[in-house]
Design a protein around this ligand. Structure first.
Ligand SMILES: Nc1ncnc2c1ncn2[C@@H]1O[C@H](COP(=O)(O)OP(=O)(O)O)[C@@H](O)[C@H]1O
Ligand SMILES: [Mg+2]
Length: 324
């Protein structure tokens, strides 16, 4: 195979993005169209969330980006180079954690990393022990470094996987559902670690089926459904593009719903402790006054900020099934 050599810095080539795909498509041998015409642009320095329910094509996309599988059609560039053709040149600059780390349970965390690093031809054996120690320290596993990996909790295993991705300075980290299966505390730890990694300029591409995770951690996001890209942009723009919802908290839901409808509020829905609807164009205070005048006991009144979930629902007409 003819491989381009990587000379000079790997850059966000011509502002095209650290990751750039055009019409990227994967149809598996069984006929499953897993990724369908994906145009993705991941800006340098972003923490980019790749959001979609289970089965929406995230892992398939990541495997194409990492040169692990061939696209059926379309192109993928990573660090300005075509994949999978430039896999060997590109991968030393990319730290990846895909579908959980492959660990040897009978080896300690430290020995797993030493072994992993020695399998990397671009890794310098002279600095190996120091780099392994630094990576373990970075993910908070220094004290547990001598323990066998099979005694690690799931969260510790994920952190060890992250440490493996951090053995060398990386231009890009690709993390496929890094918090999957973790308890809330483990999730918080991994998210904090990702934020910290991103704060020194590394571009992070992370997939998740959890909306709130993307909102908490990412600067940018792309939303996938059934192999297709629904939208991409900054997290702020994606949410801001959506109007929030009017939320009235009241025990008098029937009366409140009637008044809102009379006042022309659209999409009125009764909830457990109130009524919601589309925010009105006009003055909010007048609407509140009308409710009060009709004898509705208003305990809360306001417009809730739109979330990525609202964006997802608006764009797909479907709820976002968090359980996948
Ligand atoms: N090796 C494979 N062979 C056939 N179909 C696959 C394979 N891997 C994944 N798929 C199918 O492709 C679709 C996308 O899967 P995947 O990329 O794993 O989604 P996600 O990572 O978003 O959960 C799913 O319908 C899945 O069943
Ligand atoms: Mg997946």
């Amino acid at each position: 195979m003819d491989e381009p050599s990587v000379t000079g810095p790997l850059r966000d080539a011509a502002g095209e993005g650290i990751i750039h795909t055009r019409a990227l498509t994967k149809r598996y041998r069984g006929g499953q169209l897993a990724v369908d015409g994906l145009d993705l642009t991941v800006p340098a320095g972003s923490v980019f969330g790749f959001l979609g329910p289970n089965g929406s094509g995230k892992t398939t996309t990541i495997r194409m980006l990492m040169g692990l599988i061939e696209p059926t059609s379309g192109t993928a560039h990573v660090l300005g180079h075509p994949m999978p053709r430039a896999t060997r040149a590109v991968l030393p600059h990319v730290g990846a954690l895909i579908e959980g780390p492959a660990l040897y349970g009978f080896l300690s965390g430290r020995d797993n990393l030493l072994r992993y690093d020695s399998a990397d031809p671009s890794a310098d054996p002279r600095t190996r022990r120091a780099r392994v120690a630094a990576a373990l320290d970075r993910v908070g596993l220094a004290a547990a470094a001598g323990k066998k990996a099979k005694a690690y909790s799931l969260g510790m295993k994920q952190r060890l996987g992250l440490a493996a991705a951090l053995l060398q300075p990386r231009r890009l980290l690709v993390l496929d559902e890094p918090t999957n299966g973790l308890d809330p505390q483990g999730m918080r730890e991994i998210r904090a670690l990702i934020r910290e990694l991103a704060s020194d300029g590394t571009t992070v591409f992370l997939s998740s089926h959890l909306l709130d995770e993307i909102e908490q951690v990412c600067t940018h996001a792309a939303v996938m459904a059934q192999g297709r890209l629904i939208t991409q942009g900054t997290v702020a723009d994606l949410a801001a593009g959506m109007r929030g919802r009017l939320v009235v908290t009241t025990p008098d839901t029937a009366d409140a719903a009637r008044v809102l409808k009379e006042r022309g509020v659209g999409d009125v829905a009764v909830t457990e402790d109130g009524v919601t609807g589309e925010p009105p164009e006009g003055e909010l205070a007048e609407l509140n006054a009308a409710l009060v005048a009709a004898g509705v006991r208003v305990r809360g009144f306001g417009v809730e900020r739109a979330s990525l979930e609202d964006a997802f629902v608006a764009l797909t007409g479907e709820g976002f099934d968090v359980a996948g």
